[in-house]
Design a protein around this ligand. Structure first.
Ligand code: NAP
Length: 288
């Protein structure tokens, strides 16, 4: 029987309604929720993606200030910009577009982002809190993968979960979120000796390698759940890491690409911005 489709678009639409209502409440109280996006990547594709994110945010009542890539900017200048955004009371969330261009050192830039404004959970402080099981802000992509599971009522506790990918942006945070929900978690990566040996035992498989067609139907446990985070551009099309047609014949449930994790990611990032704005408004009113 073909797999159930874990539709991210429908979930994102319902999240947008909630976010719009939350933004309205904040604005009525004089707070304009604002996200600052620092583009240190210099990648034209990143800029296009950013513009789409900005349009979506603005439609929901969230302002987005984009700090465009400046090829003359060096590490110190970018650090100063982040420090200034940390102390700017009109900015509630900061994200640094990655991967950063070669003149920058990502680690110290991410470490400079205030944990209170680190809405994509990329700073060492946010990652540490997640690893300890007490997360504050978590990578929106990793959270989107888990939110898809929860929304579609896929049980996680006690299940064998395999995550392909160990990046700090997707694989690691996804693995920690699964662990926090009592899954038994295996993390695979490019040096894993026999990937299929691991994936075939997975009740839940999260693919986040960025390799089109890496996961074939024969690598999937029958009836399991497959969440495809991969976003690859092949012959003008966007495809995931999973060979969708054959995987859908074996899995019990599977997320499509596009239309799965992607739309939920943007919605959850904006949800984090609203949370940061609401937390800030509460702290400010307590101080007054
Ligand atoms: P990344 O930093 O390149 O990390 C890729 C990970 O996959 C690494 O840990 C790598 O292992 C592992 N890997 C690569 N080839 C492998 C193989 N053949 N077998 C097993 N593991 C392999 O990428 P990322 O930033 O985590 O992103 C992963 C994917 O998610 C990309 O396609 C990206 O476009 C997508 N993405 C989607 C969203 C969304 O909203 N849908 C958001 C962000 C990213 P090593 O550590 O050993 O190198």
């Amino acid at each position: 029987m073909p797999a159930r489709i874990l539709d991210g678009k429908a979930l994102a639409r319902s999240l947008h309604l909630e976010l719009k209502a939350q933004a309205q409440v904040l604005r009525a109280g004089g707070v304009v929720p604002t996200l600052a996006v620092v583009d240190a990547s210099g990648d034209p594709a990143a800029l296009q993606y950013l513009e789409r994110k900005r349009d979506r945010a603005q439609a929901l009542g969230i302002d987005v200030r984009v700090f465009a890539f400046n090829p003359a900017m060096q590490q110190e200048g970018l650090l100063q910009l982040i420090i200034q955004l940390n102390t700017d009371p009109s900015v509630h969330g900061i994200i640094l577009e990655q991967p950063v261009a070669p003149q920058f050192k990502a680690h110290s830039l991410l470490a400079a982002i205030s944990p209170n404004k680190d809405v994509d959970g990329t700073s060492p402080a946010s990652q540490g809190l997640l690893a300890l099981g007490t997360p504050r802000f978590v990578s929106a992509t990793a959270l989107a993968a888990i939110t898809l599971l929860e929304h579609h009522r896929i049980p996680v506790a006690g299940r064998e979960a395999v995550v392909i990918g160990r990046s700090t942006v997707v694989g690691r945070p996804a693995a920690f979120l699964l662990l926090q929900r009592d899954a038994t978690v295996t993390i695979c990566h490019s040096k894993t000796r026999d990937l299929a040996e691991h994936t075939r035992h997975a009740d839940i498989l999260i693919a986040a390698a960025g390799r089109a067609g890496l996961v074939r139907g024969a690598m999937i446990k029958p009836g399991s759940t497959v969440v495809d985070v991969g976003t690859n551009f092949v012959s003008g099309r966007t495809v995931g890491d999973v060979a969708f047609a054959e995987a859908a014949e074996v899995a019990g449930a599977i997320s499509p690409v596009p239309g799965g994790v992607g739309p939920v990611t943007t919605a959850l990032l904006l949800q984090n911005v609203l949370r940061a704005a609401a937390d800030d408004a509460r702290t400010t009113s307590v101080r007054q």
